[in-house]
Structures are given as C-alpha cells and as structure tokens.
Design a protein around this ligand. Structure first.
Ligand code: HEM
Length: 225
C-alpha cells in the first residue's frame, strides 16, 4: 500500500473502524489476561505464608524490559483507541451538522448509546486504578510487590470498592457493544452467525464483569483477607 493509500485508509471511517477493532482486541486481550491474573487472589497462602498472586506480581516484574514493551504497546493501543473514537464521533457529527429533531433509538441499544460516556469513565478509572494498585499514591497502605495485601487492604475501603464495581459495570456495557460492533464493522453480520456473535459478546462481558466484581465483594464480605 502506498503512503497516500495508507493515509486515505486511515482518514476514511472504515480505516478508523479497523483501528478501533485492532486496538479494541488488544485491550480486550489484556483485560482477559488481567482478570485471569487477578483471580489468583482466591488461592490461599502456602505453608510459608506466601501468596501465589505475589509470586505472579514478582514474575511480571522479572520480565524487566519486556514488561515495559508490553506496557508501551498497551498505552499506544489506549491512546489510538481514544483518539480514533473522538475522530469518528467528530466525523459523524460533521456528516449530520443539524442534530436530529427527534432521536430515533429503534436501532440502538442501551450499551451503544452509552459508549460516549462509558469510554471516558473507563479512562478515568484506569488513571485512578494505576494510582491505587500500581503506584500506590491513592492507596491507604501500599506495599510494593505485596499484591495480596494491597488488593485486600484497598478493597476494605467501601468507597474504593464502589468505584471498582461501577467501573466494571461500565466496562461490561462498553465491551458488549464494542465486541459486537467490531464484528459488524469488519463485515461479520449474517442471520446465521449474528445471534452467536451477540451471545459471545454477552458471555465475554459477563465473564469479565462477574469475575472482576467478585474480588471487591469477596474482600468486603471477609471471604478474602
Ligand atoms: C477488580 C478488578 C481489578 C483488580 C482487582 C485489579 C488489580 C490490579 C493490581 C493489583 C495491579 C498491580 C499489579 C502489580 O503491581 O503487580 C493492577 C495493574 C493494572 N491494572 Fe488492574 N485490576 C482490576 C481491573 C482492571 C481493569 C478493568 C483494567 C483495564 C480496563 C485494569 C488495568 C490495569 C493496568 C493497565 C495495570 C498496570 C499494569 C502494569 O503496568 O504493570 N485493571 N491491577
């Protein structure tokens, strides 16, 4: 592809939707892997009092430069996802300079109408989350590499737990619509497959929401201490 063709592709709505899909899949892959990592909070300490999730945190840290490569790739995906989403919504507004007199929601769902604010809320949540569990600046008693301690102590604050629970519900609706619209924009829309794809999007969103929300709830209920 020549540079100008590549440029035209990126400038066109379909090029932007492909960027949304590719970066969305990267972010989706991250949240699935992250949840699998987080669920290790349920593994009790060994005879020496060592937690599996702490060993996992240490193993990630041991990746050294590779961890930074993954972090930078993730950051690039987040930035591209956000910038492209803003460009797409500006393009859509420019194509319809006069707002609809009456909005017809017949073809939209609750999840699709809320993308515009579930996205920014998740963005804000990520900033809070990094200052809470990674940097510790917003944590009441942060200890570097003591992941089990940090998570339990962090979720003993009901306000912090509430922030996570609300953010996970937002993430669920965002992912449900995101996964589903990705299939549509890459052209996978067929009466035979559509119900299965919708079911997949629902199941994936439910897995992520229930799995993640279970953690603050288990801590507050005293099941994980
Ligand atoms: C209840 C849900 C969640 C829990 C308990 C949780 C827990 C954690 C913990 C403990 C860390 C620090 C790990 C370490 O320092 O070794 C972390 C890092 C991180 N989490 Fe989460 N997380 C949750 C949900 C999410 C979600 C939904 C996202 C994204 C939308 C996310 C994105 C991140 C990112 C980007 C990092 C930094 C990774 C790094 O740079 O090393 N987390 N999380």
């Amino acid at each position: 592809m020549s540079l100008s063709r590549a440029g035209r592709f990126i400038a066109a709505p379909i090029g932007k939707k492909v960027i949304m899909a590719v970066t969305g899949v990267m972010l989706f892959g991250f949240v699935v892997m992250h949840l699998i990592g987080n669920l290790q909070i349920y593994i009790p300490a060994d005879a020496n009092g060592h937690y599996q999730i702490d060993a996992y945190g240490q193993a990630l840290r041991n990746l050294g430069e590779l961890l930074w490569v993954a972090r930078l790739a993730l950051l690039a995906a987040v930035i591209l996802h956000i910038v492209t989403a803003i460009q797409l919504s500006l393009q859509a507004n420019a194509a319809r300079p006069v707002a609809y007199q009456k909005k017809d929601n017949a073809h939209s769902t609750y999840a699709s109408r809320t993308m515009i604010w579930s996205g920014p809320i998740i963005g804000l949540f990520i900033v809070y989350h990094l200052l809470h569990f990674t940097g510790g600046q917003l944590h009441p008693d942060f200890k570097d590499l003591s992941v089990h301690h940090n998570v339990v102590r962090g979720f003993q604050d009901p306000l912090a737990s509430l922030v996570y629970i609300v953010a996970m519900l937002m993430l669920g609706t965002h992912l449900y619509h995101g996964v589903w619209s990705m299939f549509q924009s890459v052209g996978v829309n067929h009466p035979r497959y559509t119900p299965h794809l919708k079911l997949f999007a629902k199941a994936a969103a439910a897995f992520l929401v229930i799995g993640n929300i279970s953690i603050p709830i288990s801590v507050m209920a005293g099941l994980v201490k």
